[in-house]
Each structure stands twice: as C-alpha cells, then as structure tokens.
Design a protein around this ligand. Structure first.
Ligand code: R5P
Length: 263
C-alpha cells in the first residue's frame, strides 16, 4: 500500500485498530436536521472526542475552523432530497476538491436493491478509480433511506461485500441481528451507523459494544450522539466502549456521571 493511503487510513483508524467517526452530513438530503440546524455549534463541543468528522464541503468550509480540525471524511455523493428518490445519487464533489480540502477520505452511498442500484455502484467504482490515484481511501455508505427498512444480516452482508469488492477501503453499515455474518463476509473494516435516534442511551451502548465484539472496528454515529440531550456525555461514553473496552454498564455509568456535570 502506498504511503499516502496508509497515512490517511492511520489518521482515521487509531493505533488500537478502532475508530469513532462523527457524521454531520445529514443536511445534504434532509436539510436542517433537528439539533444540526447550526452544524458548527453542534460540532464544537464534540470535536475533541471524535477521531474523524464526516461532512459535506459546504458545511466544512462554512462551519469548521481549518486551524482546529480533525481528519475529514468528505461526503461526495448526493444530488437528492427527502422529497424525491434518495437512491438517485451522483457524485457531487471532485477529487480535486477533496485534495484541496485536505480530506483524509471520501464517502459515497450505494443503494443496493433500489431502482438506482446500478448507477450508485458505478458511482462507487468510478470514485475508487479516481481516489486511489491520489492515495485517498473511499468509505462506502450502505443502505440509507428506504433501504434501511431491510436491516437484516442477509441484506447488509450483501451490500457490504459488494462495496468491498468494488474497492471501498472502509464500509459503513447498520447493526442488525447476526451482525457477525455482515462483518465476516466483508474483507475490509466495517463501522456501524446508528440510524434514527433510539429511545435510551443504553440501547446504543449495547449495540455498539456487541457490534465491536462481532468484528466492527468502530462507529460512524450521528443522531444518537448529537440529538441526545447530553451529547458530550454520550460521545465520551461511546469513546470508552470503543477505545477503552468499556462494557455497556460502564458506559452508562460514565454517561450518568458526565450528564450531571453537563447540567
Ligand atoms: C446518512 O446518509 C449519513 O451519511 C449519516 O452519516 C449516516 O447515516 C450516519 O449517521 P446516523 O448515525 O445519524 O445514522
């Protein structure tokens, strides 16, 4: 592997082999998502605890201080909105722009099983061809929107394996029952997204912990962090699971203690 590729992957995946990515890219198809109306404000207190931030170029330029940042995973697919068909994505940002913005990786969604499956898989293949020329890893995002209704191992294993076969260096997917099948069938590192906010913190701690035991290297978790009433407590508790091997119970204790301090 080339030096540049290795260096960028090392910025994302920490020496312990784990990673906590914080996505704030939701506005690219959802508009001003709850608690992400002002992305700079949402990000600021969380930034010290994230290993990398996933976002679009517009939010990066407008809302992130270039002198005080973390490695960037630049979302480069889009062109759709919640009003239309989410799967009809194209590539919205060039590799030249990713280099100009000093991105450590680029990310793109694939929509396996959707009307635009073929188009989004070709988007991924083309992006990999271009990004690899410059030593930039591609993170594939599987199963967003309607496809998320199919949160089962058989479907997610299919998506992840296809993403890896087409050249993604990291794959983002969802936790599901029999999650080990998803990870075992994917020859590149897998990170877990959260999806819509769940009811309790403990549920998040449990699925992240279990996902790691089953082979995921970490998370790319957004709403379940920044839509929480105590987002700093949440990200720090998750960090303890990911980097300090805390149990869900220990994470809950950390969350409870920090929540007191935050309020
Ligand atoms: C969705 O397309 C976005 O790319 C998000 O980055 C991804 O879904 C992870 O965020 P969340 O944990 O909120 O689902």
């Amino acid at each position: 592997m080339e030096w540049g590729m290795r260096n960028r992957l090392a910025q994302l995946i920490q020496p312990d082999g784990r990673a906590l990515f914080l996505p704030i890219d939701h506005g690219y198809f959802q508009g001003p998502t709850r608690k992400l109306e002002q992305p700079g404000r949402t990000l600021e207190p969380l930034l010290p605890y994230a290993d990398a931030v996933m976002l679009t170029r517009g939010v990066l330029r407008s809302s992130v201080d270039p002198t005080r940042s973390k490695p960037i995973i630049l979302r480069v697919s889009g062109g759709t909105s919640v009003i239309g068909d989410l799967s009809n994505e194209g590539i919205i940002t060039s590799i030249k722009e990713a280099i100009r913005l000093n991105a450590s990786a680029v990310s793109l969604s694939i929509f396996v099983g959707s009307e635009h499956e073929h188009q989004t898989l070709l988007n991924l293949s083309r992006l990999v061809d271009e990004a690899e020329d410059y030593g930039i890893p591609v993170m594939a995002v599987t199963a967003v929107g309607k496809e998320l209704e199919r949160r089962e191992a058989r479907y997610l294993a299919l998506c992840c394996r296809i993403a890896a076969e087409l050249g993604a260096r990291i794959v983002k997917t969802y936790y599901c029952p029999d999650f080990e099948r998803v990870v075992q069938g994917c020859p590149v590192p897998v990170v877990i997204a959260g999806g819509p906010k769940v009811d309790t913190e403990y549920e998040v701690f449990e699925f992240v912990h279990d996902g790691l035991q089953k082979g995921a290297i970490g998370v790319n978790l957004g709403r379940n962090i920044w839509q929480n009433d105590h987002p700093v407590a949440m990200i720090r508790a998750l960090r303890a699971i990911i980097h300090d091997n805390a149990t869900p119970e220990e994470a809950q204790e950390i969350y409870n203690a920090l929540k007191q301090a935050e309020s």
